[in-house]
Design a protein around this ligand. Structure first.
Ligand code: ADP
Length: 360
């Protein structure tokens, strides 16, 4: 019986389980068995596997937690970062484990896709990537598994923080994950009604940031409108730590707004966990299906991506799902992070256009 191997790798993202479930079910519908590789590339090299779904004469033999896992965050089959897999010797062990497989599906971020690309070059087994990263920092796709859930968590956290901020007339600086990419901060700032947003791609000096935050708070609390809260979203990639930022802004404002209360909240790993949203489950299921189709056609070194249906383009079976060579994806991911991508330029331009009115 044909067997598809599947692994989750790198940073976990809500919706990974939904993708694993979709792959197992869609493969089973084709009479194909799915085996989960435990703990990413480490488990692949060591041969640590778990049967997920196998068509039998009496129907499907499915592990009991597969159906319920689809609605859980994290990853049922475990994830890991593997230094060994970066070496050709390590990858030789992985190649040996895949010799009888119909294909390997890798669910993960930029690093995991880089690993998949290397492996695809060295191995005859079809390898297909599925983008999963809460940071939305993967090229050639409008979203990755986990982004929508992370944004919903941030927006809900900000709404809760604002309840208490309004009650006490306080300012809050809320830091969200995104060392390289400020997407989560930008997108959630708009949805949460933030007064300002700080992200690495703005390339601002610490002094400029402190001045901007102080001015935003001063304008809000001095204004005749009588604002009762200030919300500032900060991406993790902005070098100045949250607590230092708050201390410096308080010092700056002391002469003009004595007693002003500013608090820092770092959401950190809270944003990674939680039940996947409908959108993440739906995207995961459709990308999972497309990955199985691609593997069974013998395609390799490709990533399935989620994009707006092309206007007037060649229709596919699923109009929102496309396939790109992983090499192109990795090039675009680099451009997203170094700022040369039109997508990053557009994001920064859009945020700078509204920066003057965010706090109104
Ligand atoms: P993410 O997939 O979330 O970006 P990482 O960057 O940590 O997470 O990458 C996950 C794993 O992918 C790494 O631990 C490593 O095993 C593998 N990987 C990353 N880059 C490479 C590379 N250049 N060559 C081979 N494997 C890589």
């Amino acid at each position: 019986m044909k067997t598809i191997f599947i692994l989750t790798s790198g940073g976990d993202a809500p919706g990974m389980n939904a993708a694993v479930r979709a792959v197992a079910k869609v493969a089973a519908a084709q009479g194909v068995r799915t085996v989960g590789v435990l703990d990413g590339y480490d488990g692949l090299m060591d041969g640590r596997f778990r049967e997920l779904c196998q068509p039998t004469d009496r129907g499907l033999a499915v592990i009991p937690d597969l159906d319920t896992a689809g609605s859980l965050g994290g990853t049922l089959i475990g994830s890991a970062r593997s230094a060994r897999f970066r070496t050709p010797e390590g990858r030789q062990h992985a190649i040996a484990r895949l010799s009888a497989a119909a294909g390997l599906i890798v669910i993960g971020g930029d690093g995991s896709l880089t690993g998949a690309h290397r492996l695809a070059h060295e191995c005859g087994t079809p390898i297909i990537g599925i983008p999963a990263s809460i940071d939305n920092d993967i090229g050639c796709t409008a979203t990755a598994i986990g982004v929508d859930t992370a944004l919903n968590t941030i927006v809900e956290s900000c709404d809760r923080i604002c309840d208490t901020a309004i009650s006490h007339r306080r300012a809050f600086v809320v830091e969200v994950m995104g060392r390289q990419s400020g997407y989560l901060a930008m997108a959630s700032a708009v949805a949460a009604g933030a007064d300002a947003v700080l992200f690495r791609e703005q390339a601002r000096s610490a002094e400029d940031i402190i001045r901007t935050v102080a001015q935003t708070i001063r304008t809000a609390f001095e204004s005749e409108v009588g604002k009762r809260r200030v919300l500032i979203l900060k991406a993790e990639g902005v070098d100045i730590p949250c607590t230092s930022l708050v201390r410096r802004v308080e010092e700056e404002l002391q002469p003009v707004l004595p007693g002003v209360e500013i608090r820092a909240t770092v959401l950190g790993h809270l944003v990674r966990g939680g039940r996947p949203s409908f959108q993440d489950r739906m995207v995961a299921a459709r990308l999972g299906r497309a990955a199985v189709v691609a593997v069974l056609r013998g395609e390799s070194d490709q990533m399935v991506s989620w994009l707006q249906p092309a206007q007037g383009g060649q229709p596919t079976e699923d109009p929102s799902v496309f396939r790109y060579p992983i090499e192109r994806v990795l090039q675009e991911s680099r451009a997203l992070l170094d700022g040369s991508s039109p997508v990053t330029k557009w994001r920064v331009k859009m945020m700078s256009e509204v920066s003057g009115v965010l706090g109104l």
